[in-house]
Structures are given as structure tokens and as C-alpha cells.
Design a protein around this ligand. Structure first.
Ligand code: AMP
Ligand code: MG
Length: 319
């Protein structure tokens, strides 16, 4: 297993040696490497078994660093960066030639953000290069929100996991791109689109399909437990339809006692979508370890972070 450590210097040294390392962010744990090290970047794809057509997010420690990777910054992008960074918002910007094609999967845009985690901000400040970091999980599986989740996925593919505790937001960043008409939503995430639209006006919807996986977070099946999982708006009916099977429930706010159900995860007893988002992946990880026949996940209200949670649940439940 990689070593779980709190020692930022140790991890910085390792990254300087072209190794990859798992790092905490407020969204999910990332598997990080020097964006200018071909060895490190290739290793990220290899360790995750991530297809090379899936570009990586570049992590910087300050808004002012944006111009080191972007060749132009649309005024809307500048406004969003100033309002929401550090925070769970990724911006797609025209890339500088110096950003390797491996990072952007040959695209002419680079994805960039300032993560809101004190440990990783301090790491980024020490390093003379930005870090590319996709989520620290095998491609397609549930994203890790604790150092232990990361450790459970890997044997000794890289030396260190930098421990920053449980991720506060718990789902990936919201990804926004730009065109002549304004801003485009590429991926729903930890920053609710209503907050973004306060600045950008109505977002354009990105046209998504399997042949055009501009953002792999958009692949129809992603973020998925190994256990068969279904999404339900009527929990009682779904339970009845699965009589005789070993059932796990993942509910928004309710608890549920019923002889037919083996285990119940309630994401937020107080009904907070923020709390539910931060608990989502950890609950999926736990349910996945119960040898269930089926996980029945409750659909969320389709607003605010509920949209982002439903997006993840839809991908987790796609056959
Ligand atoms: P992950 O960090 O594992 O959530 O993966 C990074 C996400 O950023 C993926 O969904 C990528 O497709 C997306 N991404 C990174 N760079 C770009 C880009 N240039 N254009 C579109 N999406 C991108
Ligand atoms: Mg990922």
C-alpha cells in the first residue's frame, strides 16, 4: 500500500523526483504529477488505467497563475475565478503551447482550478510547477474522499498519499467552458450552477454523447460501485420489485426499517444537500462492501447540488 503521510515536504520531494502522489482537495482525492514531467503524467494514466483521450485538470495555487497555462482569459472566466477560487470550479481555457498535449489529450483547451484545501495549497506553493490531478481511483470506479479510500484501491503503484482528512465537498468540481455566446456547463459538480449563473447568466448545455467524451466525467457509466445499483423515485416500490434479494438503500434524509433491507445509508438526516454531497461517495464505498445483490439509491430534488448528486447517481447506475 502507498504510505499515508502528513508530511508535505516528503510528498513535495517525491513529486520533484517525477513520482506521482495522491493529494487531498475539497472535492475528492487527486492523483497528482508535475504537468511538465512526461514520466509523471504517463504514470497517472497508467496507474488509473485511464484512456489517454481523457484530459487532466491542472491545479494551481492562485488566480494569478492562470496565465502560466492559459493563452487567453475570457472576461467571464476571470470573473468566475476571482469569485470562486480557491474552490470547486474548473475552467476550460485556451492552452499555452508549453502545456503538454498529454495533459489536454491533444485539445486546444486546458482545464484549470485552484483547489480549496490548506494542505494542497501549501504543497502547490512549494512546488515550482502546477500539478495535473484526476481523481485517485481506477478509471470508472467510485471517487475517493478519504486517504483510506485511496489506499484501498492501490498496492504500491506510487509511494505516498498525503492525508488531508475527509473531503469537505465530496463530489468533483463543476466544469465550465466558454464560447462566443458565453459560458457552457461541461460537468455538474460541487459548485451549484445557480451560483455560477448569478455571474454568467444562463449556462449553455454541452452536447454530450459517447463518441464525444470531451469530459469523461460525462461518460454514461462512471463513478460506479461494483454492486448493481438502481436509481429510484419510489423506494417502497423498488424494494417490492426486488423481493428476496439482499438490498442496500441509499436515502437522502429518511431512515427506513424494513426486514427486507440489509443496510441503509442516510446521506443527510437534516435534509442538507451539501451534507449529502459530502457523504455520497463514502456511503457508496461502504454499501459496496456489504456483498449486496442490489443498491437502491434515492433520486434527489433536481435543483442546486441535487442536480450534481443526481448526475453522479445516474452515471453510477447506468448499466
Ligand atoms: P477527474 O479529475 O477524474 O474528474 O477528471 C478530470 C475531468 O476534467 C474529466 O471529466 C475531463 O474530461 C475534464 N477535462 C479536463 N480537461 C478538459 C478539456 N480540455 N476539455 C474538456 N474537459 C476536460
Ligand atoms: Mg475521476
Amino acid at each position: 500500500m502507498p504510505i499515508i503521510t502528513n508530511d508535505i515536504n516528503l510528498v513535495a520531494d517525491s513529486l520533484m523526483q517525477h513520482d506521482v502522489a495522491a493529494i487531498p482537495t475539497e472535492t475528492v482525492y487527486g492523483l497528482a504529477g508535475n504537468i511538465f514531467s512526461e514520466k509523471a503524467i504517463r504514470r497517472i494514466y497508467e496507474v488509473k488505467q485511464r484512456p489517454l483521450f481523457n484530459p487532466l485538470i491542472v491545479h494551481i495555487h492562485d488566480v494569478s497563475e492562470m496565465e502560466k497555462v492559459a493563452s487567453a482569459i475570457p472576461p467571464l472566466a476571470q470573473a468566475l475565478a476571482e469569485k470562486f477560487w480557491p474552490g470547486p470550479l474548473t475552467l476550460l481555457l485556451p492552452k499555452k503551447d508549453s502545456v503538454p498535449d498529454l495533459i489536454t489529450a491533444g485539445k486546444d483547451t486546458v482545464a484549470v482550478r485552484v483547489p480549496n484545501h490548506p494542505v494542497t495549497l501549501s504543497l502547490l506553493q512549494q512546488l515550482p510547477f502546477p500539478l495535473a490531478a484526476p481523481s485517485a481511483n481506477p478509471f470508472g470506479s467510485i471517487s475517493p474522499t478519504t486517504a483510506e479510500h485511496v489506499a484501498s484501491y492501490f498496492k504500491d503503484e506510487f509511494p505516498y498519499i498525503l492525508d488531508g482528512g475527509a473531503c469537505k465537498k465530496g463530489i468533483e468540481s463543476t466544469i465550465i467552458g466558454f464560447n462566443e455566446d458565453g459560458a457552457i456547463i461541461y460537468r455538474y459538480g460541487s459548485l451549484a450552477i445557480e451560483e455560477i449563473e448569478n455571474i454568467t447568466g444562463p449556462l449553455q448545455e454541452y452536447i454530450r454523447n459517447e463518441e464525444n467524451p470531451d469530459a469523461p466525467g460525462m461518460l454514461l457509466r462512471h463513478y460506479a460501485p461494483a454492486t448493481t445499483t438502481i436509481l429510484s423515485s419510489d423506494i417502497k416500490k423498488s424494494i417490492a420489485e426486488n423481493t428476496g434479494r439482499k438490498i442496500g438503500l441509499m436515502l437522502f434524509r429518511d431512515t427506513y426499517t424494513n426486514g427486507q433491507v440489509t443496510v441503509v445509508e442516510t446521506l443527510s438526516a437534516s435534509g442538507s444537500m451539501e451534507e449529502a454531497a459530502s457523504n455520497l461517495y463514502a456511503a457508496m464505498h461502504r454499501l459496496d462492501h456489504h456483498q449486496l445483490d442490489i443498491i437502491i439509491a434515492e433520486r434527489f430534488p433536481d435543483k442546486g447540488l441535487g442536480r450534481s448528486i443526481n448526475d453522479r447517481l445516474q452515471r453510477a447506475t447506468h448499466p
